[in-house]
Design a protein around this ligand. Structure first.
Ligand SMILES: Cc1cc2nc3c(=O)[nH]c(=O)nc-3n(C[C@H](O)[C@H](O)[C@H](O)COP(=O)(O)OP(=O)(O)OC[C@H]3O[C@@H](n4cnc5c(N)ncnc54)[C@H](O)[C@@H]3O)c2cc1C
Length: 410
């Protein structure tokens, strides 16, 4: 079997590694000249760690990254409201792991470059896709206008939020909403842990809400805060020192910290109408988006590609019918709708639109987190619930005990 994957971002690379382990060849086509190193994801939940392990990269991810300590919700003056208490030991073998996306991308790329089943073609801008009864293809347009067709048995769009694969299938339709907010993701060296913060903090405030988390062992922090959506990029950059002085512990001036990135983003909750159309599938940001509070974007994307790999390997090995890809579409969209969308939306509303003085009274989640500090049974239920976005697609393989006769007849 040969797969065409559009996009050599984290989801495309991870998909190729999972398929490569099963002997399936993947050609990755990417419009960039190398991996995208904008400051985006850094936290990967246990469900994604499981996929990174299956792809054979977890050891390197853990070597470069780390297992963070407590995650705490606070008032802007630092007063804790509720905390998920953790240490490297309690996080366990599949525990939430921190590694900035540019470094995760490098790990995935290093492994992919060593895998003879994977071919990566940079500077390959995909402008359209197509399919017939036996194959699917991407059309790549070079700068001089010449077009080349890359064909495989199946094609997967892993080409991010502005996915050309999705647009080729559905035009501009990407159902959902854009929040009336602008988030500014900054990377900064400023020792917030010495100023009373934990390694992950969510600060609840009507205008100066933010998330502050340590993202490298050498003391780089991600501070993502809300800004007026009407401000231009230049205005956001100009406002940043005043924002930091007002909201961060120690009220720092620019000479007190070293800022390495400022990136404003609009945030969305969107999911494509379908993640499978015949031989073409969508995964990760190409298929769905959520706001970054709670780190569910790439986590959900990695779970997608883990599931997609199980489906394609099943088809390749004669263990599954091609219709299993319809099941992929149904289940992955359902997981976005029932788990990722409500939880990530709740995370954003919690920090940006909750009265910090009454947070535990009005927000049952925070009340539960507070109870979990002393209730081990509740804590165990919470720890188990982080796998709610997972699904076992091997149950639909032929001969699998749990498969029912009509399971794949959608
Ligand atoms: C501020 C911020 C913080 C975040 N924090 C977290 C977090 O902590 N945890 C988490 O899980 N998620 C987080 N996310 C979300 C996460 O970054 C994304 O979900 C993830 O990067 C999506 O990966 P992807 O592979 O789907 O797409 P991308 O990373 O966007 O990769 C897409 C690739 O496709 C290529 N491409 C695009 N168009 C074409 C084309 N036409 N032809 C060929 N190639 C093309 C691009 O060059 C790129 O290499 C965060 C996002 C933001 C903005």
């Amino acid at each position: 079997m040969h797969i065409i994957a559009v996009g050599a971002g984290p989801s495309g690379l991870c998909l190729a590694l999972l398929l490569g382990k099963a002997g399936i060849k993947t050609t990755l086509l990417d419009t960039g000249s190398t991996i995208d190193d904008r400051p985006r994801a850094a936290h990967y939940a246990p469900s994604a760690i499981r996929v990174l392990r299956a792809a054979g990269v977890l050891e390197d991810v853990r070597r470069l990254g780390f297992l963070p300590g407590n995650m705490t919700w606070r008032k802007i003056d630092g007063t804790p409201i509720a905390s998920i208490k953790d240490t490297a030991e309690t996080r366990g073998p599949e525990g939430l792991t921190v590694l900035p996306l540019n470094l995760l991308g490098k790990v995935l790329l290093d492994h992919a470059e060593k895998n003879t089943n994977i071919t990566i073609k940079w500077n390959h801008n995909v402008v359209g896709v197509g399919q017939d009864d036996t194959s699917a293809w991407a059309i790549v347009r070079a700068e001089d206008g010449t077009e080349t067709k890359y064909s495989g048995d199946y094609l997967s769009g892993c080409d991010g939020a502005n996915s050309q694969v999705r647009k080729s299938l559905f035009g501009e339709s990407f159902p959902g909403k854009t929040w009336d907010a602008q988030i500014v993701a900054t990377n900064v060296y400023y020792p917030l842990d010495k100023l009373g913060l934990d390694e992950i903090n969510n600060i609840i405030h009507p205008t100066d809400y933010y998330m502050a988390a340590k993202i490298t062992r050498d003391g780089l922090w991600r501070v993502s805060y809300g800004e007026d959506p009407n401000l231009s990029h230049a205005e956001v950059v100009a406002h940043q020192p005043a924002k930091f002085a007002r909201m961060l512990p120690g009220n720092p001036k620019p000479e007190d910290y070293k800022l390495t990135n400022v990136g404003p983003y609009r945030i969305h909750q969107r999911c494509a109408d379908k993640m499978t159309v015949g031989r073409i599938t969508l995964a990760a940001d190409a298929a769905h988006l959520c706001n970054p509070f709670g780190g569910m974007g790439l986590t959900g994307g990695l779970v997608d590609v883990g599931d997609l790999a199980d489906c394609l390997v099943g088809i390749d090995q004669g263990l599954a019918e091609p219709q299993i890809l319809e099941k992929y579409c149904e289940i992955r969209r359902q997981k976005w709708r029932d788990v990722i969308d409500p939880i990530s939306s709740g995370n954003f509303i919690r920090v940006s639109a909750t009265d910090p003085e009454r947070a535990r009274e009005v927000d049952p989640f925070l009340e539960m987190v507070k109870k979990m500090e002393t209730d081990a049974v509740l804590r165990k239920e919470f720890d188990d619930s982080v796998y709610d976005i997972c699904h076992d697609f091997k149950q639909y393989y032929k001969g699998a005990q749990r498969v029912t006769a009509n399971e794949l007849k959608l």
